[in-house]
Design a protein around this ligand. Structure first.
Ligand SMILES: [Zn+2]
Length: 162
């Protein structure tokens, strides 16, 4: 017995078809279950075609692309305002990224807000996990100075001699 497309069934087809989680096969299966009549995936697709329904296409953006975009966004973060934090003003919620040379009197820490439990603000966390730049090239040296990290990791117990 051929499947009879009543208004109600057509309405249901239209509704399900617009939902990208419903494939033609799934719609056919559910309608078979509901009506007890025979209905193939092809019949569903054909009916939808005749109704001029268009299936929403899945986003062409892949998971990997989204991840890459996210990574790039992190790297594009602007440096936080320099809080001039000292070892005394660091808390569990401030970034302890060292700025300057520990031997200089103006050595201090970033001091921007960090997420609880994180040693660095978003900007410096991104910096910390960034692969090291190849040496050489214009300005590479300068930038390396600016984000100078002492060997053995950032100092957290070193006071400037002032
Ligand atoms: Zn920071």
């Amino acid at each position: 017995m051929a499947f009879k497309w009543t208004d109600e069934r057509v309405a249901k087809l239209e509704m399900c078809w617009a939902d990208k989680d419903y494939s033609a096969a799934r719609i056919a299966k559910e309608m078979r279950k509901e009506t007890g009549e025979q209905l193939s995936r092809e019949a569903v697709a054909g009916k939808a075609n005749r109704l001029g329904l268009s299936k929403p296409t899945k986003s062409s953006v892949t998971r990997q692309q989204r991840q890459e975009e996210r990574t790039e966004k992190v790297l594009e973060l602007q440096p936080p305002a320099d809080q001039g934090a000292t070892i005394f003003s660091l808390t569990a919620r401030t970034c302890r990224w060292p700025i300057g040379d520990p031997r200089d009197t103006d050595f201090h820490f970033c001091g921007a807000d960090s997420k609880t439990g994180q040693p660095y603000c978003d900007y410096h966390a991104a910096m910390a996990y960034r692969p090291p730049k190849a040496k050489g090239g214009d300005g590479a040296e300068e930038e390396a100075d600016h984000v100078h990290v002492p060997k053995g990791g950032p100092l957290t117990n070193h006071l400037p001699n002032s």
